[in-house]
Design a protein around this ligand. Sequence first.
Ligand code: KG4
Ligand code: ZN
Length: 349
Amino acid sequence: MRVLGIETSCDETGVAVYDSRQGLLAHRLYSQARQHAEFGGVVPELASRDHLRRLAALTGQALDEAGLEKSDLNGVACTAGPGLIGALLAGLVFAHGLARALGVPVIGVHHMEAHLLAPLLEGDAPEFPYLALLVSGGHSLLVDVSGYGQYRVLGQSLDDAAGEAFDKGAKLLGLGYPGGPEIARLAARGEAGRFRLPTPMRGRKTLDFSFSGLKTALLYKLRELEAEEPLNEAGRASLALALETAIVESLLDRTARALEKTGHNRLVVAGGVGANRRLRQQLRARCDAGGVNLHYPRVEYCTDNGAMIALTGCLRLAGGAPRAEAPEPRPRWDLSEVPSFSPAPDDAA
Ligand code: KG4
Ligand code: ZN
């Protein structure tokens, strides 16, 4: 079974080919980040137009890299949601057209399910059940995963997502978009403990997240520090470190509580913020100390990509998951609503 996967939910155009026996055969990614950088965030209209411009060429490149013809494909998978409606539509229209022309099914994929299954791209498949921490630009979720398509959302952000906290914090500090990598780079030169920001939700009984108060705390701290003169580079680096530390500590605190509540000893971390080095190091240390098996995909599969969509589409197709003739874009889509499925043993990674 060979499936082409298309990702266009936000500002990355990803196209990949996944084979149920051989694994990932090709993987192409075009990031629009530079186009949006001057606006300090993603401009939806620009995003949809650029996806349309890139999709055909990226598909051709991915097929060449895989050494395949279009006619070798058994299905076309595409992110159907959640995401920006125009961007989703761009991918879905392309996927549907291609699938129709080839006479193969089109599979609408839930973007967060794809993030959650991304460790399978590494052949690093945790056994069910496990806990997943999914942290991206649009979502912060703790999910109890009991099987393919069997997801119970235990906690989510009440306001901003973790990635949004990085992005908005970066804007306040005069850094570029996307903010996560920019904050991480600057924070690496910061002095630990010079500034402190509150750790959101620390110790709370629920498993939810909240990051908008942190953004306000950063704004006030910045105003206080800059009342006399602008903060120098070393000061900004230490403030970036305080922000990164507060976000990471909050994620660690919520995750530890979820592990305790569920009793799971396997944890998957994915989504763009899962690329954060500090988060990865600290989680590794805590999981090692607590006897928890930690799985995360390599950095390029943590941020948005077509490989995770091709993989998820392939598993869903092989598992006989119910699917729509022409999947509709679903800008908002609750992860616990996706149908469950069971891939044949050969097709499960
Ligand atoms: O999963 P993703 O690529 O796209 C969405 O589905 O949203 O996540 C993008 C988010 C952005 O907010 C970006 O700032 C953040 O992930 N991000 C990071 C890092 N790399 C990307 N945040 C912290 N540290 C990083 N190294
Ligand atoms: Zn994502």
